[in-house]
Structure formats: C-alpha cells, structure tokens
Design a protein around this ligand. Structure first.
Ligand SMILES: [Cu+2]
Length: 623
C-alpha cells in the first residue's frame, strides 16, 4: 500500500470528476484445493452441497429497480427477487387489486435501505422495513411469507434516503429527508429556500396487530440534506444519529456549492424525549401530522460538527460510540455517546443553528482515524470483537481498524468502488464476525461482459482469520445501496397460507365456485388447482368467463392446492392482466373489459405435468 496519492484538494477534484483510484492489489486467495495446514480452500468455503443450505440470508436493496434481492451466504446464490416498490409480472405484484392499491399508482421506486425488525437490539427475523427515495414511501415485509404487507406514503419527508434504521425494540424507524422542500411539497421559489424550505425527519411506527405503518410524529429540520442514520444501542438506545450535508443551503450546482464548508453536522437526537414532547402537546399539528419545531423546544436535538459531507454514521455494537465516515475527507471520526451526554449536561454548546444547539466538537470527538492512503470512507460495519470495517469508495478497499485505538489492522482490495458493506448481523448488538460483503458500485471486468453497462458486484470476505480474504463474488442488478445479513434459522417461513373461512372472497370447494352479475359488474369466485381453473361449477364450461364489453370484471381466485411450492399464475392473453396465487392464498383481479373478443387465460406459473392444459377463455361479447 505504498501507492502515492494526491493531496486532499486533488482527491476532492478527483472524486468530483468521478475518477476512481484503485488500491494496490495483491493476489487474492483463489486456490481451489485445501491448504497444507488443512484449512478449507476458497472454493470449499463457499460450496453448499445439494441437501444443505446457506448459513445466512442477505437482503440487498435493489435501488431503482424497486425490488429486494435475497441471497444465500456464503454461496452468494440469489434465491429470490421480492418486488417492493415496483410492479412485477413474475409475481403479479401490482396487478392484483390488493397490491395495486398498495403501490398507489407508482410504476417505480428507489429502494435504498432494508432494515430488520429488532428485539433487544437483535434481529428478530419477523419483518423487514424498506424505504423508497423516489416516492417517499416506506414498506414492511412479513418474513414468514416474504411478501410486502403495507406501504405508507410519508408526507413532508422528501426522499427518505437515510432510513430505515429501527430502534432496538422496533419502537420506531426514522426517515429523514434527502431533499429539502416546503411543507407538503407546495410551490415556493428557490430564492426563498432558506425561509420556506425544510428538512423533515419522520418517526414511523408499525402497528403489530394490523401490520400497518403510520407516521407517529415528525421533526422540522433546517433545509439541509440528511444522508445516513443509525439508531443507538444499549446505553445510547434512546438516541439516534443522522449525517447531514449541504449545510451551505445551496440550491444549484450542488457538487461544488454543497461542499464549501469544512464541516457539516451530525444530528443527534433523543427520540424518547421527542416522543414525550409530542405526548405533552408541544408539537404543532399540520395537515394532521404532529410536528416538532426545534425553534419552539429546548432539548432533544443537538448538532455535532463533523468533517465535510459525511456519508455513513454507524453506532458501535456496544452502543458507546458513533463513527462518521468522511466521504470528502479521508478520515473516520469516532465520537463518544458518553462524552456527548456529558457535553449536554455541562452545556458545552458553541452556538445555536436554527434553534438547535451545536455541541463542542472536541468535547464529543474521541479520535480521528486516517489510515494511510485510504480514500473515500463511506460506511462502517463491525465484527464480534467490536472491530470496525470501513468501505473506501475511492481506493476500492475495506479497511479493518480498531475503534479503541484507531490502529489499522488489515485491508483488502475489492473490485471496485464499494458503497456500503454488510457484515453478518452487523447492525445488531452482537455481530457474528463471520463474513462481510462489499457492495461494489462497479464490476467492470469482473464478469462476462453484457455491454457498456455492467452489473454491480458483491464480494464475500471471510473474517475467520485475522487476514481478510475475498472468497466469492456475485453479480447483482442495479443497485444495492444497503444490505443486512441475518442468521438463516431466525427466519421461520410458512409452507402454505392457512384457510381463512372469514374471507368472503375465498372459495375452497369446487361447488362454491360461481359467477355473479350485479348490473354491469361481473364477480367471479373461482379456484385454481392442479391442473384447472373452476370459475363456475354449474356452467357447461367451468373454466370460461363470459362477459359483455364495458363490464367491470372482478375475479377472486383461491389456490386450493395446500401444498408447498405449488403456486398458480393467472394471465389473460392480450389483456395485460396477470396475478399469482400462492398455495392457500386468495387474490382479486379487477379490470374493465374494454375490448371485445376472445382471450385465452392460462396458468403462468408451472405447476404440474398438465400445467400446459391449465387454461380457459375470457370471452368478451361486443356491445
Ligand atoms: Cu397452475
């Protein structure tokens, strides 16, 4: 690692010009045979024989695909793509009535951050939360089915980039703003940016009973960009931290204008105190949302100066420190919660910015860590011994270091330009220390070429010994921004959906399959089974739906194959309609038959040897 690097100003220019400096690569462990010491070979470490399964699930956000990618670790095999914020014809997501309504008419989403629900700071394997930077939404997925249960459109928080990080007992997930805007996203000239624009931080809760998400309260913040966040743990369990940039309050040419000051801030807040203020009526109610204004309250919110334009801020597993990664400054800054609490108690306040007290930097900072030639620190994860692993975007490596001393312990090159990384159970109070995966933004020459644009790349790094070693590499579609890795045995999936006799749309017996007409609405109560559809048990052709042009058609379809993995699809040729019913599930498809003609319908999801025969007709009589 003796490669010469340019001075800091050069780094900045290089960064802005999107030039990537690569670390000095040494040969990686790519052997396929066991070492003389009997240690497993690299290939053996990632090989999962048939009949065995991976040790971890990795959930990687799919960025602007709006999807979630589920991988097995250590094999790095992609197991599933789960649609979250975008429609998906493979699963009929966004086509059936229920999920179509949930997507709220949006055709895309920008899924940035997945976060597991937690109990006592441990991932509990029950839910996964997700945020959509594109359309200000937050979603919750049930991990017993890997299906999204609810999507909430969050008002005022415009581009919730740095969420979702959940508190240690899943009390809240916080969604701060990437983009500042006037409240309600109403029109205001950019000339009035400083007075009419605001950042917002939303505290979102899930109702465990209904599995619905709701905005509990919000905090009005200065018109800055809020980048990443983390919830506190243990001693800092009532707190959370958020990085900011553009404290310059620039409104154009951001790559230059939002990087002028040497320091931005970390927003440090006590959510229990803010929650209490809301309970005590200290929040304003605007458009039905309780909003705390820092100009009107005296505590609960603080700013800590930090090296300019930080990206990640990560709380150590013991909850004692938070570590900011510089992005535009080649350093990680270690802050102490204990020191911050002392500084608050002793009023070590240097100034007030927009009603928020700024804590004295030296009173809160523990050390600045600057590994030699390591450039573009973005995000830090941890192992079971509390050691830190920081991704270096510009020098394309992961640096292992000791937060207690700042000493660099090891470094490993990755290909290329890692954004985030994810270590096994890495955001919990007890990381496993087994693996870390670099989420690389550029693959370049890593895989067979697919044209000018390449996939992103995820590299699995073994942490079994003191020396980090890349042991597997997997392509991934654009674009994982963040991932979390959970012990596989924590997730308990169901095999089939249980019968729901209270559901008026469900039909479990063939004799109950029927078609009812109400005026110009046709309601079909049908079922799917290997290998046929029954829409009307009394009809001459039970698998045909006949309607009139202009009718509203409502098809309720139940999959009565109570047998794991026997999913049926239901697609209508030429009608752009396509849903899926998993074993035991009932779904509704609703559309207007606005085209007369003959339209075959068929099972789209291979289900049996006679799957090809599983079809019928939608006949639409002309007016
Ligand atoms: Cu089928």
């Amino acid at each position: 690692m003796k490669k010469a690097v340019p001075a800091v100003s050069g780094i900045l220019v290089g960064f802005l010009a999107a030039t990537v400096f690569f670390a000095d690569f040494t040969t990686q462990g790519t052997s396929t045979s066991a070492t003389p010491t009997g240690e497993k070979s690299t290939a053996e470490k990632v090989y999962i024989p048939f009949g065995q399964q991976d040790e971890y699930y990795m959930f990687a956000s799919g960025g602007h695909s709006g999807q979630l990618f589920v991988y097995g670790v250590p094999s790095m095999r992609r197991i599933r793509t789960v649609p979250v914020f975008s429609p998906d014809s493979a699963t009929g997501y966004g086509f059936d009535k229920e999920t179509k309504e949930m997507l709220g008419g949006f055709r895309w989403g920008d899924f940035h951050h997945p976060a597991f629900s937690e109990k006592n700071g441990e991932y509990d394997g029950k839910y996964m939360f997700a945020t959509d930077v594109a359309n200000n939404r937050v979603a919750v997925m049930d991990l017993s089915t890997f299906v999204v249960k609810d999507i909430l459109k969050v008002p005022n928080t415009v581009g919730p980039h740095c969420a979702a990080f959940v508190t240690q007992n899943s009390e809240y997930l916080f969604l701060p703003t990437r983009f500042s805007a006037p409240i309600g996203q109403q029109y205001a000239s950019l000339d009035d940016y400083k007075t009419k624009y605001n950042g917002f931080m939303s505290a979102v809760k899930m109702n465990e009973k209904t599995k619905k998400l709701e905005v509990a309260w919000q905090v009005k913040l200065p018109p800055w960009s809020y980048d990443l966040s983390d919830a506190g743990k243990k001693v800092s369990g009532d707190w959370a931290v958020v990085t900011t940039y553009n404290t310059e309050e620039a409104t154009t040419n951001m790559e230059i204008n939002a990087s002028q000051k040497d320091r931005d801030y970390i927003l440090l807040f006590n959510w229990r105190e803010l929650e209490k203020m809301v309970r005590e009526g200290k929040a304003d109610t605007i458009n039905g949302v309780k909003i705390i204004d820092p100009l009107k309250v005296k505590s609960g919110l603080y700013l800590v100066p930090v090296a300019k334009s930080p990206h990640g801020v990560d709380v150590t597993p013991d909850g004692k420190r938070f570590i900011a990664s510089g992005k535009l400054a080649p350093a990680m800054t270690v802050f102490s919660f204990e020191k911050a609490f002392e500084a608050i108690k002793n009023n070590k306040i240097t100034e007030q910015v927009k009603g928020i007290p700024v804590l004295d930097y030296a009173s809160v900072m523990e050390r600045e860590v600057n590994p030699e030639n390591a450039l573009g620190p973005l995000h830090t994860q941890f192992d079971d011994k509390g050691m830190a692993y920081t991704t270096m975007f510009i020098s394309s490596e992961i640096v292992k270091w000791d937060p207690n001393t700042g000493k660099t312990l090891d470094r490993v090159p990755v290909q290329y330009s890692p954004g985030h990384s994810v270590s096994a159970e890495g955001d919990s109070v007890s990381p496993d220390g087994r693996y870390i995966v670099a989420l690389n933004k550029l693959a370049k020459d890593t895989y067979l070429s697919v044209g000018p644009s390449h996939p992103e790349s995820m590299q699995l790094i073994d942490l079994a010994s003191d020396k980090m070693r890349v042991i597997q590499s997997a392509p991934v579609d654009p674009e994982p921004h963040y991932a979390q890795m959970i012990k596989a045995d924590k997730i308990k999936t169901i095999e089939v959906y249980p019968k729901d006799e209270t559901n008026p749309n469900a039909v479990y017996q063939q004799k109950n399959a029927r078609i009812e007409r109400k005026g110009n609405e046709v309601h079909v109560y049908g079922l799917a089974m290997r290998s046929k559809f029954i829409f009307d048990d009394k009809a001459k052709r039970k698998d045909t739906i006949e309607v009139k042009e202009g009718d509203k058609v409502v098809i309720h379809l139940t999959n009565v194959d109570f047998d794991e993995d026997i999913t049926h699809g239901f697609g209508i040729n030429g009608y752009d309609q396509d849903i899926e019913v998993q074993p035991g599930e009932t779904k509704t498809l609703e559309f207007v038959a606005n085209k007369a003609g003959t339209f075959p319908l068929y099972c789209t999801n291979f289900c049996s040897a006679l799957h090809q025969e599983m079809n019928g007709y939608l006949l639409v009589q002309p007016k």
